[in-house]
Design a protein around this ligand. Structure first.
Ligand SMILES: NC(=O)c1ccc[n+]([C@@H]2O[C@H](COP(=O)([O-])OP(=O)(O)OC[C@H]3O[C@@H](n4cnc5c(N)ncnc54)[C@H](OP(=O)(O)O)[C@@H]3O)[C@@H](O)[C@H]2O)c1
Length: 304
């Protein structure tokens, strides 16, 4: 089968289409034919070697596809099921999937839109629903609202009934409004820290100055949650807010909730580009991701 393999850490030239062995089915796993996966910033960071790891390496965390083999201990799935899953090594035609990290898709949901969900959606779910406990009437700020995580986090915060402010550049202001943002902020023209106060919950996706300045917009006992870097605890204590960082851990509960919202149309992934499963397509996708200005998600279409 074909996979995009990284032989050495480095530039996009290290993404090489290679013929490799199909994964061997384990008793407690599914083998899934991947129809679409997506690019997450972590893929490009891994490609550059920022997290180390053993080479050769295949990156990718999103699976949208069809079950082709079912391990003997697995219940609840059969060959032919259309599924989405949090996976690993997903830039490949077939992947081994943990059934606890997989859910069946409704017939009307496309593989391309589905591929936008698992990693970014579980991150948004953990941030907004589990850790943020965002609820009706909360005042929420989401940074990089046009990004893969931000565009889903906005939709989850709106589902929860929050009043949502979000930042994006000038070209993405209409998108923020379309996603239901109550107070869109063009960060190139306005400083969010001067626009906002009394916020209950901030999701920081950018770190650096954005993280530092976010402290000042929160109300006392408000919550600053970052997926980019550890907040400064001393400053958080001075301002009497809660501040923390997390690395997403996928849950079945999260995937099921995301699947329900995807099925009933409450959650609409934003797809900026669909690239073919070729060296050129995947290299283009990584270059685009590394600009830091992707709108929503880039999808890699592996199979029709
Ligand atoms: N800790 C975790 O578990 C976890 C999980 C997922 C992701 N992450 C990390 O979280 C970060 C975001 O992930 P992502 O997938 O959402 O990234 P992404 O899709 O690549 O984000 C791109 C978006 O960022 C926006 N942006 C860039 N600079 C901005 C600024 N100064 N203010 C506001 N918006 C800005 C861009 O909008 P404009 O073009 O309009 O500027 C663009 O839409 C990445 O570093 C990723 O590695 C961490």
């Amino acid at each position: 089968m074909k996979a995009i393999v990284i032989e050495e850490f480095g530039t996009v030239d290290q993404l090489v289409m290679t013929e490799i062995d199909r994964p061997v089915l384990k008793d407690n796993r599914l083998l899934v034919e991947v129809h679409a996966t997506s690019v997450n910033p972590v893929d490009t960071k891994r490609r550059k070697g920022l997290f180390g790891g053993t080479l050769p390496m295949i990156v990718g965390g999103d699976v949208a596809g069809v079950v082709v083999e079912v391990g003997s201990q697995v219940t609840g799935f059969t060959v032919g099921d259309r599924i989405m899953a949090n996976g690993a090594r997903t830039y490949a035609e077939i992947v081994s999937v943990n059934p606890d990290r997989a859910v069946k898709l409704a017939d009307h949901v496309s593989f391309e839109e589905t591929a936008a969900i698992p990693l970014a959606g579980q991150t948004a779910y953990e941030a907004i629903i589990k850790r943020g406990q965002v609820s009706e009437g909360d005042r929420v700020l989401i940074h990089a609202g046009a990004g893969g995580v931000g565009s889903l986090a906005i939709q989850l915060a709106k589902i929860q009934g929050a009043y949502v402010s979000a930042t994006a550049g000038p070209d993405n202001q209409e998108l923020l409004k379309m996603l239901g943002v109550d107070h869109p902020i063009n960060y190139r023209e306005k400083e969010f820290a001067k626009e906002l106060s009394d916020i209950d919950f901030v999701l920081d996706t950018l770190g650096g100055d954005v993280l530092k300045q976010s402290v000042s917009v929160l109300k006392e006992k408000g919550h600053l949650l970052s997926i980019a870097e550890e907040p400064d605890q001393k400053r958080a204590e001075e301002k009497q807010i809660n501040a923390d960082f997390f690395s997403m851990s996928p849950t079945r509960e999260g995937l099921e909730a995301l699947n329900r919202w995807l099925t009933d149309g409450k959650l609409k992934p934003i797809l900026s580009k669909v690239v073919p499963f070729t060296e050129e397509g995947v290299r283009d996708a990584h270059e685009l991701s590394e600009t830091g200005h992707v709108r929503g998600k880039i999808i890699i279409k592996i199979k029709e």
